[in-house]
Design a protein around this ligand. Structure first.
Ligand SMILES: *Cc1c(COP(=O)(O)O)cnc(C)c1O
Length: 360
């Protein structure tokens, strides 16, 4: 009865996670209550949060130099928290503009200091990732990038070398999709609802030497030091979302960790892009070097067919394939929990649709 869910976020969760949460919904272990009903200071809950944190550290191989924070407010809150906490020396952030999410981060940062837009792909409708040249940059506190651009389907192939400049990465839509070198980053943030759990939890991974330097006007709740000093238990954390995230990390371990995830994600994306590229009816929006493995954006060459494609796909149990309203067309989000079988089902449906369209 479950559909093939290609939603861009909140998005599909592993069935194993939903089954376990469902089995434990009324009574978690021997506590006689749901995780949602527990004090966040109770030993049972604190063990859940500890376990989720240690699993995340293990999966991403987060070094001791970095702290993991479980926060709320979504990635959008981090657009303000990042400049408030990191514009400590020069009041100057350097940003790469790769689309709507970068722009929102830029807009917020401008309230707190100087912003330099180092490079932008606006002129080609955000269908590429610009080259970065940091040679002219002086007296800045950090470089901010969006590693995967959920709306357009572009991605940085690898984390850029930011030299001495602390690298801040919005990884909302590709965190945990493949191994990364956390030691190259100063701060990673991500809403959990795309690839790392359920809505309500926001992940921050921050280099410890950057803590405790927030601008004086920083609200207590937006100051990373507040949460780091209390192990993300300063106030009530999003307990159930953290519990679900812990189950997701356990599932990723069972799938072979991030190496296993990367192999599966590459296979899924390759299959779909290859099918689109050989098709006479469908066309990818993004050229090869810039393609995201997470969000595959494409369209029908005859755009008039988009509505009927979406309707018939939904009838066939293939849901949430509509492109973002600012881009149009189609988007298949292939996050970790989406199976290869779902990609195969989409490809079969596209073949059928194309055969019919061509015979008309
Ligand atoms: C979804 C998304 C956001 C916004 O996340 P919220 O948790 O809804 O605030 C920010 N950046 C990127 C790259 C996203 O994909």
């Amino acid at each position: 009865m479950r559909v093939h869910n290609f939603s861009a976020g909140p998005s599909i969760l592993p069935e194993q996670v939903l089954r376990k949460a469902s089995a434990e919904m009324l009574c978690y272990e021997d506590t006689g209550m749901s995780v949602m009903e527990m004090s966040h200071r109770s030993p049972a809950y604190m063990a859940i949060q500890e376990k989720a944190k240690s699993r995340l550290i293990h999966l991403l191989e987060i070094p001791d130099s970095h702290e993991v924070l479980f926060l709320q407010g979504g990635a959008s809150t981090q657009f303000a928290a990042v400049p408030l906490n990191l514009m400590s020396q020069h009041k100057h952030g350097v940003y790469v503009d790769t689309g709507a999410w970068s722009q929102k981060a830029i807009k917020e940062a401008k309230k707190y200091g100087q912003v330099t837009v180092l490079a932008s792909s606006a002129s080609d409708g955000y269908t590429t990732i610009p080259q970065l040249d940091l040679s002219g940059v002086t007296k800045a506190d950090y470089l901010h990038i969006t590693s995967n651009n959920t709306i357009y389907g572009t991605a940085f192939e690898a984390l850029p070398d930011s030299g001495d400049l602390p690298l801040v990465v919005d990884m909302s839509s590709d965190i945990l999709s493949k191994p990364i070198d956390v030691s190259k980053t100063a701060l990673i943030y991500a809403g959990a609802q795309k690839n790392a759990g359920a809505a309500g939890l926001t992940l921050v991974i921050i280099r410890k030497d950057l803590l405790g330097k927030a601008l004086p006007e920083t609200p207590i709740m937006l100051n990373y030091q507040t949460h780091a000093s209390k192990d993300s238990l300063y106030n009530t954390p999003p307990t159930f979302a953290i519990y679900i995230a812990g189950l997701v990390y356990e599932w990723i371990e069972d799938m072979g960790g991030l190496d296993g995830m990367a192999r599966l994600n590459q296979e899924k994306a390759n299959r779909l892009y290859n099918h689109i590229d050989q098709s006479k009816l469908f066309q990818a929006n993004i050229a090869l070097p810039y393609r995201s493995t997470m969000n595959v954006c494409f369209k029908l060459r005859d755009e008039e067919l988009t509505g009927s494609f979406l309707k018939r796909a939904a009838d066939a149990g293939l849901k949430n394939l509509k492109g973002h309203r600012s881009v149009g067309g189609l988007r298949a989000s292939l996050y970790n929990a989406l199976s290869l079988e779902s990609v195969e089902a989409l490809i079969s449906f596209m073949e059928e649709f194309e055969a019919q369209a061509m015979s008309n």
